[in-house]
Design a protein around this ligand. Structure first.
Ligand SMILES: C[S@@+](CC[C@H](N)C(=O)[O-])C[C@H]1O[C@@H](n2cnc3c(N)ncnc32)[C@H](O)[C@@H]1O
Length: 203
C-alpha cells in the first residue's frame, strides 16, 4: 500500500485512513478503548470534537469532515493534547453514514449547523433527506440518538417534516452540557436563534 507523506506526520495517528471504502471501518481498531461512539458530522475545525473528547473521556468521538485544512487542524490539536478517544475522517458525510459505519455501532450522531444551501436550486445538496435518516437509523445502536442544531429556520422546518415517524421519536433537548461548536459561538455572539432537535432511534 502506498503511504502518503501526510500519513507519516506525527499527528496522522489521529486521522482515519480506511484500507478500503467498500466495507465499514472497524471502529474497534481505530480507537484505543471500546466505549460508546459519538460521530460529529461536518466537524469543521474540530472545536466541538476536541472539547467533547476531553469532557467525556469514557466516550469515543469520530469527526467526519471533507475539507483538508479543517481535518489537519483537528488532528494537530488532538495530537498536541494526546486525545486517544478522538479520530477524524476526511470524507463525505453521506457516504460515511451509509457505507463506512458498521450497522448498530453508533451511540449518538451530532449534526451541527449543516450547510443550509438556501437557494432553491442548490437544496438538493443538503445533507438531510429521507435516505440520510434511514442511514443514520441503521448505523445507530438500539436507543441511539441523532442531535441536530441549525440557525436556519427554513431548513429546520424542512428537517422536522422529513423525520420518519416510524424510525425516530422526538425527545426533549438535553444537550446543554455538551461543548458548543465554532458556528454555534458565532451565532450566539450575534444573538441569533438556534434551533435544536433530539431524535431517539425508535426500534
Ligand atoms: C457550517 S460548517 C459547521 C461546522 C461545525 N459543525 C460547527 O458547528 O462549527 C459545516 C461543515 O460541514 C462540512 N461539510 C459540509 N458538507 C459536507 C459533506 N457532505 N461531507 C463532509 N463534510 C461536509 C463543511 O466543510 C464544514 O466544515
Amino acid at each position: 500500500m502506498q503511504i502518503f507523506t501526510d500519513e507519516r506526520a506525527p499527528d496522522a495517528a489521529f486521522e482515519v485512513f480506511p484500507d478500503t471504502i467498500l466495507t465499514p471501518i472497524p471502529l474497534g481498531e481505530i480507537f484505543a478503548r471500546p466505549q460508546p461512539v459519538e460521530v460529529d458530522l461536518g466537524s469543521g475545525s474540530g472545536q466541538f470534537l476536541i472539547e467533547a473528547s476531553q469532557r467525556y473521556p469514557d466516550h469515543n468521538f469520530l469527526g467526519v469532515e471533507r475539507l483538508l485544512g479543517r481535518v489537519r487542524k483537528t488532528r494537530r490539536r488532538a495530537w498536541k493534547l494526546g486525545l486517544q478517544n478522538l479520530r477524524v475522517l476526511r470524507f463525505e458525510i453521506d457516504y460515511t453514514v451509509r457505507y463506512l459505519l458498521p450497522p448498530g455501532s453508533i451511540w449518538r450522531f451530532h449534526l451541527s449547523f449543516p450547510d443550509p444551501w438556501p437557494k432553491r436550486r442548490h437544496q438538493r445538496r443538503r445533507v438531510v433527506d429521507q435516505a440520510f435518516f434511514e442511514a443514520v437509523h441503521t448505523a445507530l445502536q438500539t436507543r441511539g440518538e441523532l442531535w441536530i442544531k441549525t440557525d436556519h429556520a427554513e431548513y429546520f422546518a424542512t428537517i422536522r417534516k422529513l423525520v420518519p415517524q416510524a424510525l425516530f421519536h422526538l425527545a426533549e433537548w438535553v444537550g446543554d452540557d455538551y461543548p458548543s461548536t465554532d458556528f454555534e459561538d458565532l451565532f450566539a455572539l450575534k444573538q441569533l436563534p438556534i434551533y435544536r432537535l433530539r431524535l431517539l432511534k425508535a426500534n
